[in-house]
Write a protein that binds this ligand. Structure first.
Ligand code: MG
Length: 259
């Protein structure tokens, strides 16, 4: 069974050796146009539209429940400092309540095509960030999603990435901050990059350097046509975007899909 990382590496190799290449599209916080970011319905729409990936963010409540949200505060409730019950009355823009990771993965299970791009958010301490990472692994196992073909991990927490490199080396594991050269990340056992596009504009050589090390390359959050084209030209493996339909149009069929 080829892993997602292996698949991306093969595609990268193909890109280097042939004039045609494909790029995966990840819907940033789901496909949330006319919807609510990080909602279960935004994940469902990303699945329905058949995008390669759907990204989402995970935090830990004070009573140890993983929930899906970008910021560490929602509806005036500081997630890290409050139990899940404090979120009971908070609603997203589309009327959904804040999803628990468990509820979110119940939708994730329903597509075996759209990869779940799970961002582990930095918590109030390294210990809490690692606790969250462990909870994510457990939840994925409970849902039958602990599979390198179904899930990849991303994080700004270098500690979380290093932990995953030890605990889940078969998974694609991409560091987000953009501050480190590929060789430095690789030396710590982390097998992928997911950097803001400005980092690759400043260091276009990092894409090839990463590929030469067998690392996958993802880029965020690319919404402007000229930047989308620039990143396609650099040969990234995946584009994370709030405009997945536009990226699809610009790729004009050169889109990575999971069959
Ligand atoms: Mg995110």
């Amino acid at each position: 069974m080829i892993s997602i990382l292996g698949l991306l590496a093969c595609l990268s190799l193909a890109a280097q050796t042939a004039s045609t290449s494909t790029v995966a599209i990840t819907a940033h916080r789901g496909y949330w146009k006319g919807n609510a970011a990080n909602s279960i319905d935004a994940l469902k729409k990303a699945q329905d539209f058949g995008f390669w990936g759907s990204e989402f963010d995970v935090h830990l409540t004070s009573d140890g429940v993983a929930v899906v949200n970008h910021d560490d505060t929602i509806g005036g409730v500081a997630i890290h400092d409050n139990p899940l019950s404090a979120l009971a009355d908070v609603r997203l823009g589309n009327g959904e309540k804040v999803p628990t990771l468990d509820e979110y993965l119940a939708q994730g299970e329903k597509s075996d095509k759209t990869v779940l791009v799970l961002e582990i958010k930095i918590q109030s301490s390294v210990d809490r960030t690692i606790e969250l990472t462990k909870k994510c692994i457990s939840a994925l196992k409970e849902h039958g999603l602990y599979d390198p073909q179904r899930v990849i991990f991303i994080s700004f927490s270098y500690d979380a990435c290093k932990f995953l490199a030890q605990e889940a080396p078969e998974f694609t594991n991409q560091y987000l901050s953009g501050k480190k050269a590929p060789s430095e990340v690789y030396a710590d056992g982390i097998n992928g990059l997911d950097y803001h596009y400005s980092n690759f504009q400043n260091h276009p050589e990092w894409v090839k350097e990463a590929h030469d090390l067998g690392m996958s390359v993802n880029v965020w959050t690319v919404d402007k046509p000229e930047v989308i084209q620039e990143m396609i030209g650099l040969g990234v493996d995946c584009i994370t975007t709030n405009a997945p339909e536009l990226v699809r149009e610009l790729l004009n069929g050169a889109e990575t899909v999971i069959k």
